[in-house]
Design a protein around this ligand. Structure first.
Ligand SMILES: [Zn+2]
Length: 261
C-alpha cells in the first residue's frame, strides 16, 4: 500500500515538472528584444533590456532567422569591396547581427525633446535636425517624420548634461529577434565629458551625426575620416559612410555568425 502511494506521488511529481517546463517554453520569449548601447566613445552591447515584442507593434511579423546558406551569402557579400565599407566590424565589435529599420517602414517617427539639461540651448535642436538631414536615409528608402508626441515615436532624441563613461552621446537601439530595429533613443551630452565646459558646435554636430548613424543601424569604422569612427570628429559623410549605409540596407537582417545558435 505504502509502495503504491509512493509510486502515485512520484508520477504526480513528474507530471508537475513536465507541466512546468511546457508552460515556460510557451511563454513569449523575454529575450526576443535586445538593446544595444552605442556611444561616440565606444560600442558596448547591453543584453536583456527586453520588452514584449508584440506590444504596440503593428508591423509584420519578424522574418525567420537566416539559415546557414543565407548567412554565408551575407558574409561573402561583406568580404567583398572591404575598402568601401566597414560593416565587417559587425563581426569584430558586436554580436554578428545585421540590424536595420524594416525595409517596409517608409517613415521613422522622430520626437526631439528639447531641454532636460542645464547646458541645453535651442541651437542643439538645429544640430540634431542638421544631422538627420545629412544622413538623408531616402537613399535606403526611409525618411524622418517629426512626431510631436513621444509616445508615438520610433526614435526619441533628448539631452543630458553629462553621460556615463565619459561619453558625449549614447544611442540605445532596440531590435527584434529578426534584427529589425523597433526603437532608438539618443541622448546627447551638452558638456564635454572631460572638461565639463559646453561642447562647441563642431563637436556637437560630429557627435549627433555619429549617433544618428548608430540609430540607423551602423556599427563603428576603424578609420578616423569616417563619421562612424568611435571618436567622432567628422562632420561630413565619407564615401565609406554612404556605401556602408546602402550596403547595410541591402542585406537581410539577422544573425550572420559562422555557427548557428
Ligand atoms: Zn559609436
Amino acid at each position: 500500500m505504502v509502495r503504491h502511494l509512493l509510486y502515485l506521488l512520484l508520477v504526480a511529481l513528474l507530471a508537475l515538472v513536465i507541466v512546468g517546463q511546457v508552460r515556460e517554453a510557451a511563454q513569449p520569449g523575454s529575450s526576443d528584444l535586445v538593446a544595444d548601447s552605442a556611444a561616440s566613445a565606444d560600442l558596448t552591447l547591453r543584453a536583456g533590456a527586453s520588452e514584449d515584442p508584440a506590444a504596440g507593434n503593428s508591423s509584420p511579423p519578424a522574418p525567420p532567422p537566416l539559415d546557414s546558406f543565407a548567412r554565408q551569402g551575407v558574409r561573402t557579400r561583406l568580404g567583398a569591396e572591404v575598402d568601401r565599407h566597414y560593416l565587417d566590424s559587425l563581426f569584430a565589435e558586436t554580436d554578428s547581427i545585421v540590424r536595420h529599420w524594416p525595409s517596409g517602414q517608409a517613415a521613422i517617427r522622430v520626437t526631439i525633446v528639447p531641454g532636460g539639461a542645464d547646458g541645453f540651448t535651442e541651437e542643439m535642436v538645429s544640430d540634431v535636425r542638421w544631422a538627420l538631414d545629412v544622413w538623408s536615409p531616402a537613399s535606403v528608402g526611409l525618411r524622418w517624420l517629426e512626431e510631436p508626441d513621444s509616445s508615438r515615436a520610433d526614435f526619441i532624441i533628448r539631452w543630458a548634461d553629462t553621460l556615463e563613461a565619459d561619453r558625449a552621446g549614447v544611442t540605445d537601439v532596440t531590435w527584434d529577434r529578426g534584427g529589425r530595429i523597433r526603437r532608438a533613443l539618443l541622448v546627447l551630452g551638452t558638456r564635454s565629458p572631460s572638461t565639463g565646459r559646453p561642447l562647441p558646435t563642431e563637436s556637437r554636430r560630429a557627435v549627433a551625426l555619429h549617433e544618428v548613424g548608430h540609430a540607423l543601424g551602423l556599427p563603428h569604422s576603424s578609420r578616423a575620416e569616417d563619421v562612424m569612427y568611435p571618436i567622432a570628429t567628422a562632420t561630413e559623410l565619407s564615401d565609406r559612410d554612404r556605401f556602408s549605409l546602402r550596403l547595410l540596407y541591402e542585406l537581410p537582417t539577422g544573425y550572420i555568425g559562422a555557427v548557428a545558435r
